[in-house]
Design a protein around this ligand. Structure first.
Ligand code: SF4
Length: 268
């Protein structure tokens, strides 16, 4: 039977998901439950239906409701066809393909097939991951990944469990394994006010990351673009009273991390 995976989006001409121009494939399903997640529609591995309220004119009342299917089963060949349509752009920009989510490692068998095929076709591969998978799975996948965009949310184990629903022990172990093996790794930290932006949090990030061979750290400010999705999915938004961090606060965090000898970049 033809191998299939469940994805919830494909972004073409992506320029923030690795080098050059890329196609980013978003896998559906995530083992974590981060309070600030702006893709709550990605959590379940199954396709799901949401009800979208449609407004027209100046009325604040919804005129009608529209059902929308989030996620679909797709075959390996179908995805490869979509990816290869932009091959010329990857070539001129040193770009390639990025696998993101959700958490792509949750569909590790399908991901492995996609990575194998991408490498056979000579594509640069990037994996955007939270690293929340077994050591064996990550080791196997890593052989086919040119660049990791590795999300690290919180260093303290107890706090990580509280805000993401999962321990970070395996996440830190996987990261240490990858960097010791010489993999190219960019760390991505979402800066979430009141969750991971205290002096103690930043100190823990600095102490942990400065021991690892990484390319750089990218700081991503919390934003509220997912707010509307929580309402549509009828899910509780635990961050509704939290504001995005100021530019000054982001710069202050960047400067603190740089004191640990880290190369740090601010993202929008
Ligand atoms: S790991 Fe990413 S996709 Fe999964 S819940 Fe957290 S923020 Fe959302």
């Amino acid at each position: 039977m033809e191998p299939k995976g469940v994805i919830f989006d494909i972004k073409k001409f992506a320029v923030h998901d690795g080098p050059g121009i890329r196609t980013t494939i978003f896998f559906k399903g995530c083992p974590m439950d981060c309070w600030w997640c702006h893709n709550p529609e990605s959590h379940s591995t199954e396709p799901e239906t949401i009800t979208r309220q449609v407004f027209t004119g100046s009325s604040s009342k919804a005129c009608f409701e529209r059902k929308e299917l989030i996620g679909k089963e797709i075959s390996l060949d179908e995805i490869i066809q979509v990816i290869m349509k932009d091959q010329v752009f990857y070539e001129i920009s040193s770009g390639g393909v990025t696998f993101s989510g959700g958490e792509p490692l949750l569909q590790s068998k399908f991901l492995l097939l996609l990575l194998k095929k991408s490498k056979e076709l000579g594509l640069h591969t990037t994996l955007d991951t939270s690293g929340c998978a077994s050591l064996d799975v990550v080791k196997e996948i890593a052989k086919l990944v040119d660049l990791f965009l590795y999300d690290l949310k919180i260093v303290d184990e107890e706090k990580h469990s509280k805000y993401t629903g999962k321990s970070n022990t395996i996440i830190k172990q996987n990261l240490e394994m990858l960097t010791k093996a010489g993999q190219k790794v960019i760390i991505r930290i979402p800066i979430i006010p009141t969750v991971n932006d205290s002096l103690e949090d930043i100190k823990q990030f600095g102490e942990f990351l400065s021991q690892l061979e990484i390319i750089r750290v990218e700081l991503l400010p919390f934003h509220k673009i997912g707010e509307d999705k929580y309402r549509k999915l009828n899910k509780i938004n635990r961050m509704k009273d939290i504001s995005k961090p100021t530019k000054e606060h982001m710069i202050a965090i960047k400067e603190k991390l740089e004191k640990y000898g880290l190369l740090v970049k601010l993202e929008e």
